[in-house]
Design a protein around this ligand. Structure first.
Ligand code: UDX
Length: 453
């Protein structure tokens, strides 16, 4: 075993991108999963999901022998000096997180450590509520290995902040490293690994306790979610007053350095595998603390209803949606991914179906996943042009670059009655309103005031 050998348990977005990231810098990485189909794909150089740039780099590192995927945790652990746990922590019906994969990984790592003599560092990267690393992972690893944390093995909690669609970039250029450490040796071992991995790209590093690191991840995503729900609230106000555009408001407040312009894009709300789940989990965690986090609940409430603004806007223009052919542009929870977990499109489409509309949808990457969710309840188009054909209303749900290129004539030329509901604010209201029926999130019906920002 070389010093540059690491193992990763779990091959989802985070696990696989982390594995490929380290392997691309010459580390010997052993990834492990219990899913033999996934392991086979990875060993052939094919990612089990779409992520820009991942396939190319995965093929390269597999070919060079820097990354391999195994089914056996023991093989992964014994062939490395450090194991990163990046398994999923799914939601329970009450919003709390399910830790069964964490427990199983900790037990299997412990069983492997039982057969190993050298010091080993266990790193929890999965998103887990405060106290999990110390009160769950540590005792399970200790019991199943017969070894002692701090003496025979180390323990860190190291949250990730990867954005889907930019996950590889974020792996190689993180804006910070958070290290929650059981003891000084554990933290220093992990910091050394990152310094060696990132060299001059090493960002500011925060070393803290295990539970603070666990909370930092939740606080981060809860803040982003709250920021989005805040601007969506302002958007909803803009729609009710004359000549106000939330884009201008967002740009103006974003100039305040204390606010900054990022994550102020109003729209149909946040989706994905993290923001909704993490806000729910933090609220559920607070229940155990006997504390009601009103602000987080409000952010969640705003997000739960925001997707339906698209339907309300459509109805304001064409009345009932029964038997109307509605084109939905965008299914993925955001552009550059095929991921539809907690995608806003699911809420929008289910509501359209409930209203009796005939839905036809198009997405550059997510059609396969959409078929699993909607089956034959909706039609699927192969292009935006095909999607718009004969439609009486179009709702833009995901801001893919190719949708941004569409012009009023593209809608007018294909649709039966051109009505566009811009759920992601990608079109110019003045230009579109002149040529077709147009409404969008955060735009007052009377039109926007020319902005000088
Ligand atoms: C998020 C966090 O950004 C990342 O740090 C963490 O590791 C995982 O969760 P991700 O889920 O990939 O990443 O997507 P993100 O770019 O944060 O977007 C989440 C959702 O918010 C998307 O549905 C997006 O459309 C929406 N969003 C984002 C807005 O509605 N407005 C914005 O201004 C930004």
């Amino acid at each position: 075993m070389t010093e540059k050998a690491i193992s990763i348990v779990g091959t989802g977005y985070v696990g696989l991108c982390t594995a490929v990231g380290f392997a691309s810098k010459g580390y010997k990485v052993v990834a492990s999963t219990h899913d033999s189909e996934k392991a086979k794909l990875i060993n052939e150089g094919t990612p089990p999901f779409f992520e820009p740039g991942l396939e190319e780099l995965l093929r390269k590192v597999v070919k060079k022998g820097w990354l391999r995927c195994v089914l056996d945790r023991e093989e992964a652990v014994t062939n490395s000096g450090l194991t990163i746990i990046s398994v999923s922590t799914p939601s329970e019906p009450d919003g709390s997180i399910n830790l069964r994969f964490i427990k199983r990984s900790a037990r299997e790592i412990g069983e492997a450590l039982h057969k190993k003599d050298a010091y080993h560092l266990v790193v929890v990267k999965s998103t887990v509520v405060p106290g999990t690393s110390e009160n769950l992972v540590k005792p399970i690893v200790e019991n199943s290995s017969g070894k002692r944390c701090g003496a025979d093995f180390g323990l860190c909690m190291n949250p990730e902040f990867l954005r889907e669609g930019a996950a590889l970039y974020d792996t190689l250029h993180p804006d910070r490293i958070i290290i929650g450490e059981y003891d000084e040796k554990s933290g220093s071992t992990l910091e050394k690994l990152y310094r060696d991995f990132l060299v001059e790209d090493m960002p500011p590093t925060v070393r803290t306790s295990l539970s603070a690191a666990e909370l930092i991840k939740y606080a981060n995503n809860a803040f982003l979610a709250t920021k989005i729900s805040f601007i969506n609230t302002i958007a909803n106000i803009c729609e009710k007053i004359p000549a106000a555009d939330v884009g201008t408001v967002a740009k103006a407040i974003g100039l305040d350095e204390r606010i900054n312009p990022l994550f102020l894009n109003a729209g149909l709300g946040y989706g994905g595998s993290c923001l909704p789940k993490d806000v729910k989990a933090l609220i559920a965690f607070c229940r155990g603390l006997d504390y009601v986090p009103i602000l987080l609940k409000a952010a969640e409430d705003v997000n739960n209803t925001q997707p339906y603004r698209a339907i309300e806007l459509a109805k304001e223009h064409i009345g009932g949606l029964k038997d109307k052919r509605v084109a939905v542009l965008g299914l993925a929870f955001k552009p550059n991914t095929d991921d539809m977990r907690e995608a806003v499109s699911v809420k929008v489409i289910n509501k359209l179906l409930e209203e009796g509309a005939k839905v036809v949808a198009y997405d550059p990457k997510a059609i396969v996943n959409a078929r699993h969710i909607f089956g034959d309840k909706i039609e699927y188009a192969n292009s935006s042009t095909e999607c718009l054909k004969n439609a009486e209303c179009c709702i833009v749900v995901t801001e893919w670059e190719e949708f941004k290129q569409l012009e009023p004539k593209d809608f007018v030329g294909q649709m039966k009655t051109p009505l566009v509901i811009d759920g992601r604010r990608i079109y110019d209201q003045r230009e579109f309103s002149r040529k077709l029926n147009f409404a969008g999130i955060g735009l007052s019906a009377q039109g926007s005031y020319p902005s000088s920002i």
